[in-house]
Each structure stands twice: as structure tokens, then as C-alpha cells.
Design a protein around this ligand. Structure first.
Ligand SMILES: *Cc1c(COP(=O)(O)O)cnc(C)c1O
Length: 396
């Protein structure tokens, strides 16, 4: 997925319109380069960082002449630059920035009813030629890191249900690693709170749309409900996106080594970067990397709790995508609001530990994990009580 289409054309008041078919630069380059002129927002002072237009209203020249912007709920120059940038990196016709990932989902769900789907094998029994209007999927799934076949699912659904929209939650991968709109999806969205921002200092949701008519409906909902991202958060998100590639490269390289470390020591590890992942090939047909979220099993819920609580460097926290490393027990934390019976039905084991790997030195991350495994009684150091120092990447 190395050659990257994209190109800019004109601007509407609230979002950029792009021609998706012309190749320009690779994603890692595009992430960094903002073309303020192309976004339609002209900055007379050539500022290197996009100005924050901290204003709710814009003055008109006359009673009848409406400028590019009138009211920030409908459009704001800082948000427009962000949306134009997002459309480019998501290969979308248009992109939107809203106040959180859940509000992105809410905006999309208002298009119609939805069917939640992660297993393509059962797809046929759920599809109805006219009543199925929207198919939502996520790949890799959180927290079990299963892979859905986006091209196969989209072709089955589009064939059976010509009016249905395929929506892909791409939060786990980010537009740097995977572009669902190029794999057949109609809409893709991300929690911008995660990798796009990268620092857990804002909440945002972003939506990329292929079809102009669908984009108009999405825009109408955002305009009517007022959930468009605020100027300051738009500015913060723009800043975060510039370092997405370098953060993700480092985070997934660290995650790869940590996954190999855990697998080497006999744990069942869910991570698409491991050859042992049953859908390794499928994942790499769609994505250029494994991402930086993995999960593993210990076989004992209380043991998992002890491991999580014995780590020092890994923060016990929900969410992911931040530059620092996080550890959690999904069944006790992020997924605790799902009833235990439903969790069991979906096969989420109570002892599952999720690791969201950051940009720290991987040797420190592995040493901390190692001491947590030793202190919780699941492993011993090879030399008795002597702590293991990791000078290289190979002395597991
Ligand atoms: C966090 C998350 C969301 C929700 O996003 P918020 O910004 O927290 O509202 C949706 N999908 C996935 C995969 C997420 O990780």
C-alpha cells in the first residue's frame, strides 16, 4: 500500500473536497504536509502552524453576502484545514471532524438502522436485500485482535444488498496503516482520541466518506446537532496527525518485540504481527503493519490482576493510541459495562490482558513486564532472583 492517491481541489465552507484518484506522496509524507492554500483557508501571514480561529461567528460584508464561514457549528477555518487534511490521508471524497469517536458513530448510525457484524461466516443469514441498510465492522477487533476480511465482506454485502453501506471502524489501524475506503468500504471512521491525536489530550471523532450524497447527509446531521470539533481541538488534532507515521512505526516495532517476548515465554498472544496469528496473511493483504495493540492470556483472572498491578512503567488505563504504554484487563475495565454473559458469548476471556504499546525504549517495557510476571509468580528469572537486563532485542 505504498503509492498513495489524493488530491485537493476546491473547498466548501466546512470540509474539503478531494479528487481521490491522483497519486501524490506517500502517507508518511502527506501526514506532515499541510497545504493551507488548497484547504481554501488563506492565512495572510504564512504561519507555519494553522491558526486557531477561536470564534463562534464570522462577520458578513453585507446582509446578503455570506462569506466562506458564518457560524462555527456549520464550519470553522481551523476545522476545515483539519477536515481537508483528513480527506487526503484517508483517501476520502470528504472528511468530517466531530467531538468524539462515539459521536462519529452516532452521526453515521443516524443514516439508518445498523447491524453489528464481525464474523463473515454468518453474514449470509443476517443480510436482507432491502432491510439491511448498514453493515458495521472493525478490524482488527478490540480486544481479541481478530481480523475481518473487508474486501470480501463489502463484495458480499454490495451484491446482496445494493443499498447497504459498509462502515469500517478503523481506529485500531489509523489511516497510516489501513485505508478501508480503498478496500471497498463506503464510510470509515476513527476515534481521533486514539492514534490520530496520539497524546490523550483531546477527544475527537473523524469520518471519511466516499459518496458525495452520503457526505451531504452526514454534514447535515453534524450541522444540525452541533457536534463538529471545536477550533482548539481541531488545531491539537492537526498537530498530532503530523507525527502519526513516526509514532506508529515506533509503537508497532515495540509491540512486535513484546508480542514475541510473551509468545517465547509460552503465553497465548493475540497480535497480527505474529506468524502464529490465524489471519496473519489476511491482515497483511489489507494493512501495512500490525498496529500496536495486543492481548494475551494467563489462564487465571487473579493472576492477570496481579500482573497488571505489578507493572510500574505500564499505566493501568483504558483507551489506546497514546505515546506512553498502557496495560488493562478489558473485562474489568473498558468492556466491564458489557454484561458478563454477553462477554462470554463473544468469547472475551476474563483473564485477558491488553497491552497498548507506546514509544518508550522497548527494553524498559520488556524488563518491566518481566519483573511483573516474576513478582506475580508466573515466571522466574533464569538466574534466580537476579533481574534480567535487556541490552539487545534478542535475549528473551
Ligand atoms: C475509543 C473507540 C471508540 C470511541 O471513541 P471515543 O473517542 O472514545 O468516543 C470507537 N471505536 C473504537 C475502536 C475505539 O477504540
Amino acid at each position: 500500500m505504498d503509492s498513495e492517491p489524493s488530491t485537493p481541489s476546491t473547498v466548501s465552507t466546512s470540509s474539503r473536497v478531494n479528487d481521490c484518484d491522483i497519486s501524490r506522496y506517500r502517507t508518511a509524507t502527506e501526514l506532515v504536509h499541510l497545504d493551507n492554500g488548497e484547504s481554501g483557508v488563506r492565512d495572510n501571514y504564512n504561519s507555519s502552524s494553522t491558526p486557531i480561529y477561536q470564534t463562534a461567528t464570522f462577520k458578513q460584508n453585507s446582509a446578503t453576502e455570506v462569506g466562506d464561514f458564518d457560524y462555527t457549528r456549520s464550519g470553522n477555518p481551523t476545522r476545515s484545514v483539519l477536515e481537508s487534511h483528513l480527506a487526503k490521508i484517508m483517501s476520502a471524497k470528504r472528511a468530517f471532524a466531530v467531538s468524539s469517536g462515539m459521536s462519529a458513530f452516532d452521526v453515521i448510525a443516524r443514516l439508518t438502522h445498523h447491524l453489528d457484524l464481525t464474523n463473515p461466516a454468518i453474514l449470509y443469514s443476517y443480510l436482507h436485500p432491502t432491510r439491511t441498510r448498514l453493515v458495521l465492522l472493525e478490524t482488527p477487533t478490540n480486544p481479541l485482535i481478530k481480523i475481518c476480511d473487508i474486501p470480501t465482506i463489502t463484495s458480499i454485502v454490495h451484491e446482496r444488498c445494493p443499498n447497504a453501506l459498509i462502515v469500517v471502524d478503523n481506529t485500531m489501524m489509523s489511516p497510516y496503516l489501513q485505508k478501508p475506503l480503498r478496500l471497498g468500504a463506503d464510510i470509515t471512521y476513527h476515534s481521533g482520541t486514539k492514534y490520530l491525536s496520539g497524546h490523550h489530550d483531546l477527544m475527537a471523532g473523524v469520518i471519511g466518506v466516499k459518496d458525495e450524497m452520503v457526505a451531504e447527509k452526514i454534514y447535515s446531521t453534524i450541522n444540525a446537532t452541533g457536534c463538529g470539533l471545536s477550533p482548539f481541538d481541531s488545531w491539537l488534532l492537526l498537530r498530532g496527525i503530523k507525527t502519526l507515521a513516526i509514532r506508529m512505526d515506533k509503537q508497532q516495532a515495540n509491540a512486535q518485540q513484546i508480542a514475541e517476548f510473551l509468545e517465547y515465554h509460552g503465553f497465548k498472544v493475540n497480535f497480527p504481527g505474529l506468524k502464529s496469528h490465524p489471519q496473519y496473511d489476511l491482515h497483511f493483504k489489507m494493512s501495512r503493519g500490525p498496529g500496536a495493540v495486543l492481548s494475551f492470556l494467563t489462564g487465571d483472572t487473579e493472576l492477570s490482576e496481579r500482573i497488571v498491578e505489578s507493572t510500574k512503567l505500564w499505566a493501568i488505563s483504558v483507551s489506546f493510541g497514546c505515546v506512553n504504554s498502557l496495560i488493562s484487563m478489558p473485562c474489568r475495565m473498558s468492556h466491564a459495562s458489557i454484561p458478563a454473559a454477553v462477554r462470554a458469548e463473544r468469547g472475551i476471556p476474563e483473564d485477558l490482558i491488553r497491552l497498548c504499546v507506546g514509544i518508550e525504549d522497548v527494553n524498559d517495557l520488556i524488563e518491566d513486564l518481566y519483573q511483573a510476571l516474576v513478582n506475580s509468580g508466573v515466571m522466574k528469572y533464569p538466574n534466580g532472583n537476579e533481574m534480567v537486563q535487556f541490552e539487545t532485542n534478542t535475549n528473551y
